[in-house]
Design a protein around this ligand. Structure first.
Ligand code: NDP
Length: 603
């Protein structure tokens, strides 16, 4: 269907049929079981290439005010906001060798954040830092994470290269006992979990994956010792090498142009093409972003959040492809404000806007890619919110190079098998020296929910068991009855956004306020069951019904690889901006209701 064709009812029907057929071609019977959790099943893929083997140290056996599980932006911001509240002993426990989380692990060539740096980097007002690029490279973001941790004095008490192995509430002492894989066993009055949503890397369970004798690694554990170079390129170790990359999501789109620059030959194994919109990265000045007064960064990120949460604003400060396509994110984010009106009319208008946007993105492929067959295979045939949108001014251009081959694996549901020498798709074996997996992460799976990190509350009850029968029960997503002084960050039953660090910062402010109020009263934080019930009821009012939308989408992690998405109220249905306002009001008016004296258990 050409870009310029009017969106008549016939054209829309044709498009619907095309999307349906493409989905059919891609759905696999094994769904989410097609993946391996690398840490569990392929130990070496998950090793830390940045820190090397952990140095010996004595186990820790002391007491702290707050244990923070995870040293990514969630944990760092929790630490920073706790410090602002005057909390003294804050211990962050982190698996990696330093702070940074996502930005510690992911250092692949070309890594950038595709959310504007001036809204993505947290605490710019507090640190006085002004990024110089509209979209920051990963290393700048990692350094900013370290900057906040240093400024907040989080290093002295932190434990790195250490994973928390259990959290157990001691009812007599009214503290949490924290154990780790380094033999530590210490006490913490409060625990904040900030374990992230993209922390477990995943590999496709390709038959024969263990047979391959070439070099292989996951993008989140980049092997610069092998490739040479840095995140800025210069991968001299790949000259004359036959390199394969599996995966064309947001990571693949950033890494492919860099590999193509230096590899002898690059094979891109694609299963589903991403939508690739304009990036337009550029240098910015403080003047461009209004960084001339205290509070500028907060204003800018609030403005961005409101737009991508579906609220109307007078001015679009960031003005990029996220904000211009914000309305189309409605189906992607369960917490997106809808403006009411006639639902059928809304859906009809929505479908037309979606088709227009996707036609524009497919036309962009034709404008850039010179070989018509390659262009045809790079076009995404699904609705905008079915897959995470990506942005690049280099990716599509890469397929015009002589040393790059696009291998479409849609008909075989991905790579069929691997051999000692390479990768098999259809009748062809692609001999490779190196195969890189840009195959992503188990989204939303934390050790707490998978059971790898057992959390035992009052009476030794496992959090996982407590939630098994009827799903999660929380107040605002943070606290749960039976789990005193446990505050979960960035979790279920709150409100998400494409600018996730903003969400984490609001959650960190909230967590720190809970701890400070409890400390001041020598109290325990624990919501009643009634408070949880009331929150669950609030989530259900006007909860969007997107089940049908995701059931019709091409497979991916948004819809459990094609199975659909259960229509359970998992998020606050009025958007992240409204959720943050609700939290602020609640802290002023109702926080005291979830504090109780240390000695009395809550019914
Ligand atoms: P994704 O899960 O998004 O993508 C994985 C890719 O691997 C998909 O293209 C998938 O194809 C492909 N794949 C999986 N199995 C096979 C197989 N057997 N054969 C061939 N291909 C296969 O991972 P990413 O690392 O790209 O992204 C992870 C997360 O990180 C996302 O949430 C993303 O938004 C985020 N991110 C954000 C960035 C930013 O700038 N803010 C940058 C990079 C990542 P298929 O689609 O068919 O399943």
């Amino acid at each position: 269907m050409a870009h310029s064709q009017p969106l008549t009812p016939e054209a829309l029907a044709e498009l619907r049929e095309r999307y349906r057929a493409e989905r059919e071609r891609r759905v696999r019977p094994d769904g989410t079981r097609q993946y391996l959790r690398a840490e569990a099943e392929f130990g070496s893929y998950a090793d830390d290439p940045h820190a090397g083997p952990a140095a010996e140290r004595e186990p820790v056996r002391d007491s702290v005010d707050v244990a923070v599980v995870g040293g990514g932006f969630g944990g760092i911001l929790a630490g920073a906001r706790l410090r602002q509240q005057g909390v003294e002993r804050v211990r962050v426990v982190e698996k990696g060798g330093d702070f940074g989380g996502t930005w510690y692990w992911n250092r692949y060539p070309g890594i950038h954040c595709d959310v504007e740096s001036h809204v993505y980097l947290p605490m710019l007002d507090e640190t006085g830092y002004v990024p110089e690029w509209k979209y920051a490279p990963g290393e700048e973001i990692r350094r900013h994470a370290v900057r906040i941790a240093e400024k907040s004095d989080l290093y002295a008490d932190a434990l790195f290269s250490t994973a928390v192995t259990s959290l157990t509430w001691d009812e007599t002492a009214q503290v949490w006992i924290v154990t780790t894989d380094r033999g530590d066993e210490f006490r913490a009055t409060y625990v904040v979990t900030a374990t992230g949503t993209l922390s477990e890397l995943k590999l496709p369970g390709i038959p024969g994956i263990e047979k391959f004798r070439g070099r292989t690694f996951h993008t989140s554990r980049w092997d610069y010792a092998y490739t040479g170079g840095t995140a800025n390129g210069g991968l001299t170790g790949l000259a004359d090498q036959r390199v394969g990359v599996v995966g064309t999501g947001a990571t693949g789109v950033q890494v492919v142009p860099m590999l193509a620059e230096d590899a002898g030959h690059l094979y891109v194994f694609q299963r589903t093409p991403s939508s690739v919109d304009v990036r337009a990265n550029r240098r910015t000045t403080a003047g461009d972003v209004g960084a001339d007064h205290h509070g500028w960064a907060r204003e800018r990120r609030d403005n961005f959040l409101r737009i991508v949460s579906g609220e109307s604003v007078d001015e679009d400060l960031v003005a990029d492809r996220w904000t211009s396509s914000a309305a189309l994110l409605e189906k992607l984010l369960p917490s997106f404000s809808r403006r009411g009106g006639d639902p059928a009319a809304f859906e009809a208008a929505y479908e037309i806007a979606d088709a227009a946007k996707m036609n524009e993105l497919r036309a962009r492929v034709d404008e850039i890619v010179t070989d018509p067959d390659t262009a045809a295979r790079l076009k995404p045939w699904y609705r905008y919110a079915c897959k995470r949108p990506t942005f690049s001014d280099l990716y599509l251009q890469t397929f015009n190079r002589d040393n790059v081959t696009l291998v479409d694996t849609a008909d075989t549901h991905g790579i069929e098998r691997m051999t000692e020498h390479g990768v098999v798709v259809g009748d062809t074996e692609y001999a490779l020296d190196c195969l890189i997996f840009a195959t992503g992460f188990s989204v939303g799976v934390s050790g707490i929910h998978s059971g790898r990190l057992p959390v035992r509350g009052r009476g030794g009850i496992l959090l996982r068991d407590a939630w098994a029968a009827r799903g999660p029960r929380t107040l605002h997503g943070f606290t749960s009855n039976g789990f005193p002084n446990l505050i979960q960050l960035g979790g279920v039953q709150s409100a998400g956004s494409v600018n996730y660090t903003h969400v984490l910062d609001e959650h960190a402010v909230h967590a720190a306020a809970l701890v400070a109020a409890a400390q001041a009263e020598s109290a325990v934080v624990e919501p009643s069951r009634e408070a949880e019930d009331a929150w669950l009821a609030a989530l259900a009012v006007n909860a969007p019904d997107h089940e049908w939308f995701h059931a019709e989408c091409t497979p991916g992690y948004y819809n459990a690889e094609g199975r659909g998405r259960p229509n359970r109220p998992t998020a606050y249905p009025h958007g992240a901006a409204a959720f943050h306002a609700l939290l602020e009001r609640w802290r002023e008016e109702s926080l005291a209701e979830i504090l109780r004296p240390r000695t009395s258990a809550r019914a």
